[in-house]
Design a protein around this ligand. Structure first.
Ligand SMILES: Nc1ncnc2c1ncn2[C@@H]1O[C@H](COP(=O)(O)OP(=O)(O)O)[C@@H](O)[C@H]1O
Ligand SMILES: [Mg+2]
Length: 535
C-alpha cells in the first residue's frame, strides 16, 4: 500500500473564527457549508483549540474530514502507526486499517458522517489497526464529531489493546485448562490441550511437553506438531538441557548456537529461538514445557512467566493423577490383602476345624455303634452330641463359605451365584450370561458384589423380589442387583457398600448405587474385561 503524502499543508477553512467548545456553530439551518444540522453530540471547536489539545491527548488521535482525509494527527498516532512525523496529514484514514476491511470502513465512515455521534472507547467492536509496515494490531477507537471552522470533522482516539486482548486470551486459555484439571481428566488430555492452547496463544511454531526420565532421556508427551522426535538424551546446549540442569526457565535466542541431541529435532524445524519452563511437582523437577519460534525476532521477554502459568496447571494435573494412582494402588493392596486373609481363613477352616469335626463325628458314631445295646441312655446322649456336632459342622461350612467361597474357586461365577441365590430369604431371579470362566479378580469382585447386595436386601430392604443380572459383552462385564424394597441406601452409613466401591474401582470399574426412598435399590458395576486378565 502506497503512502499518500500530504501535498498541501492543511489550512482550516475560514481560519480565525474564534469559535470555542460548545459555542454554537451557526444558527440552525444557516451552516456555512450547508451541511445537515449538528446532532446533540456535535461540538464546535476552534482550530486553535484543536491544535492545542491534540498533542496532549494521551492516546493516538487523528482528525478526519468528511472526505476521509486525515487533517491532523498527534505524535502518539504517528508513533503507534509507525509514520514519520507530519506524514499522516493528508493521508486517507483507510491507510490505518487493513486492506480487507477498507471498503467496510469507508461505508461506516460515511454512515457516521451522515449521523455523527460520540462513540466511546471499547464499544463492542473488534477493530484492527494497520501500521505503516503493514503489520496489524487490535485497537479500540472512540469517535467524537466536531465542527471546526464550519467544517464537519471527526476526532478519533485510538488505543492499542494488544496487551489487554492477549491477557484476556491467556486467561480464557488458562481457564479452559484449569477446568480440565479440576475435572480430573487423564494427564494426556491435559497435555494435548495445553500444547494446543499454548501454540495458539503464543503464536509459536513448536510446542513440546517433555518428561525427564530416570535414564537421562527426554520423552515427548504432547507436542505441536505431533511428530516431534522423542526419547533423546539430555546433554549439550539446548533449552531442555538448560532447564534440566538449573531447574529454572531457560531460553536460547539464537538456536544456531544450540548443540546436543535435543537441538537436532528443533533445528530440523528451522527454529530460531526457544524458551523452556520447568514442570515441578512438589519440589521435584518432572519435565519441561518447551516452545520455539522460526521467526527472526526472539520470543518476547515475558514468555517465561506466561509459560509458567500453564506449567503450574500441568504440574497440578500430574500430581493429581499420581495421587489418584497411588490411592488406587493402595486400595488394591488393601483389597488383595483382605482377600488373601479370607482365603487363608477359609482354607484353615476347611482343612483344620472342619476336617477335625468330621472325624470327631465319625468317631462318635463309631462309639455309639460300639456301645452295648442296654446302655440306651448313653447311646441317646452320643446321638445328641453327634447331631450337635453335625449341625456345628454345617454352621462352620456356611461360615467358611461367607469368608471365601470354595464353590467360586472350583465352579466359577454361575454355581457360586446360584448358591447365593439359593440361600437368600427373598426370591432371586438370576440371569447370568457369561462365556465360561472369568479371571479370578473379576469373579471374586462379582461374587462379593452379589453377596453384599443380597445380604443388604435381606437386612434392610423389606423387598419381595430381587433380580441379579451378570452379562459380559463388548469387553465389559456388567453386574446389576436390583430389589423392589424401601430404597434409601447410601455409601455413607455402613462399610459394605464402601468396600464394594473400593473393590470395583481397584479394578478400574465404576460402582453405581441407585436407591431413592421408596423406589427400591439397584447396585450396578461395569468392569472392563481387557486389562483385567482377558485379552
Ligand atoms: N438394599 C437396600 N435397601 C435399603 N437400604 C439399604 C440397602 N442396602 C443398603 N441399605 C442402607 O444403606 C446402608 C449402607 O449399607 P452398607 O454399606 O452395606 O452397610 P451395612 O453394613 O449397614 O449393610 C445400610 O446401613 C442401609 O441403611
Ligand atoms: Mg451391608
Amino acid at each position: 500500500m502506497e503512502r499518500v503524502r500530504c501535498r498541501r499543508p492543511f489550512s482550516w477553512p475560514g481560519k480565525g473564527s474564534g469559535a470555542f467548545l460548545n459555542e454554537p456553530a451557526a444558527p440552525e439551518g444557516e451552516r456555512p457549508d450547508g451541511s445537515a444540522a449538528a446532532g446533540d453530540d456535535q461540538r464546535v471547536i476552534s482550530a486553535e483549540l484543536l491544535s492545542a489539545v491534540m498533542p496532549v491527548i494521551p492516546d493516538a488521535a487523528v482528525v478526519v474530514d468528511s472526505s476521509g482525509r486525515i487533517v491532523s494527527a498527534n505524535g502518539q498516532a504517528e508513533a503507534l502507526f509507525g509514520y514519520e512525523s507530519g506524514s499522516l496529514v493528508g493521508t486517507p484514514v483507510e491507510a490505518l486499517v487493513p486492506e480487507r476491511i477498507r471498503g467496510r470502513h469507508r461505508r461506516h465512515r460515511r454512515g457516521f458522517m451522515a449521523a455523527p455521534q460520540v462513540r466511546p472507547m471499547g464499544v463492542g467492536l473488534q477493530l484492527t489497526g494497520r501500521r505503516f509496515d503493514s503489520s496489524q494490531f487490535p485497537v479500540d477507537i472512540s469517535l467524537a464529531p466536531i465542527v471546526s471552522e464550519g467544517e464537519q470533522l471527526v476526532v478519533a482516539a485510538i488505543r492499542d489493546v494488544s496487551a489487554q486482548r492477549q491477557a484476556a486470551a491467556a486467561q480464557a486459555a488458562l481457564r479452559r485448562v484449569a477446568t480440565l484439571v479440576a475435572r480430573g481428566v487423564p494427564p494426556e488430555e491435559v497435555f494435548a490441550t495445553v500444547t494446543a492452547e499454548v501454540g495458539r496463544l503464543m503464536d509459536v511454531d513448536l510446542v513440546s511437553m517433555d518428561r525427564y526420565d530416570p535414564d537421562g532421556k527426554v520423552t515427548v508427551l504432547g507436542a505441536q506438531p505431533a511428530t516431534l522426535t522423542s526419547g533423546w538424551n539430555i546433554g549439550g546446549r539446548n533449552v531442555s538441557t538448560l532447564v534440566f540442569e538449573s531447574g529454572r526457565p531457560a531460553r536460547i535466542d539464537d538456536y544456531s548456537e544450540a548443540s546436543g541431541p535435543g537441538a537436532v529435532p528443533t533445528r530440523e524445524w528451522g527454529v530460531r529461538s526457544a524458551v523452556g519452563a520447568p514442570i515441578t511437582i512438589e519440589g521435584r523437577l518432572w519435565g519441561v514445557m518447551f516452545i520455539a519460534s522460526r521467526r527472526e525476532r526472539a520470543l518476547p521477554a515475558d514468555t517465561e512467566s506466561r509459560l509458567a502459568d500453564f506449567t503450574e496447571l500441568v504440574a497440578m494435573a500430574i500430581a493429581n493423577a499420581e495421587a489418584q494412582t497411588a490411592l488406587t494402588d493402595s486400595r488394591a493392596r488393601i483389597v488383595a490383602a483382605a482377600d488373601a486373609a479370607r482365603r487363608r481363613i477359609g482354607r484353615d477352616l476347611h482343612d483344620g476345624a472342619q476336617q477335625r469335626l468330621v472325624s470327631l463325628t465319625l468317631q462318635l458314631r463309631a462309639a455309639q455303634a460300639a456301645a452295648p445295646p442296654e446302655a440306651a441312655e448313653l447311646r441317646a446322649l452320643l446321638d445328641r452330641v453327634a447331631d450337635g456336632l453335625t449341625s456345628v459342622l454345617g454352621e462352620l461350612v456356611e461360615f467358611a463359605r461367607g469368608i471365601h467361597p470354595a464353590i467360586l474357586t472350583e465352579g466359577g461365577l454361575g454355581p457360586a451365584l446360584q448358591m447365593l441365590a439359593g440361600r437368600s430369604p427373598i426370591p432371586v431371579d438370576l440371569d447370568v450370561r457369561i462365556p465360561g470362566r472369568l479371571p479370578e479378580p473379576l469373579e471374586v469382585c462379582t461374587y462379593y458384589l452379589a453377596s453384599e447386595a443380597l445380604t443388604n436386601a435381606a437386612k434392610h430392604s423389606q423387598a419381595s423380589a430381587i433380580a441379579v443380572e451378570v452379562t459380559a459383552d463388548d469387553d465389559v462385564l456388567r453386574v446389576r442387583i436390583r430389589d423392589n424394597g424401601v430404597g434409601g441406601a447410601s455409601f455413607g452409613t455402613g462399610s459394605g457398600l464402601v468396600g464394594l466401591k473400593d473393590r470395583v474401582e481397584t479394578l478400574g470399574g465404576r460402582l453405581v448405587l441407585q436407591s431413592k426412598p421408596g423406589r427400591g435399590t439397584t447396585v450396578g458395576a461395569e468392569l472392563q474385561l481387557s486389562g483385567n486378565g482377558v485379552a
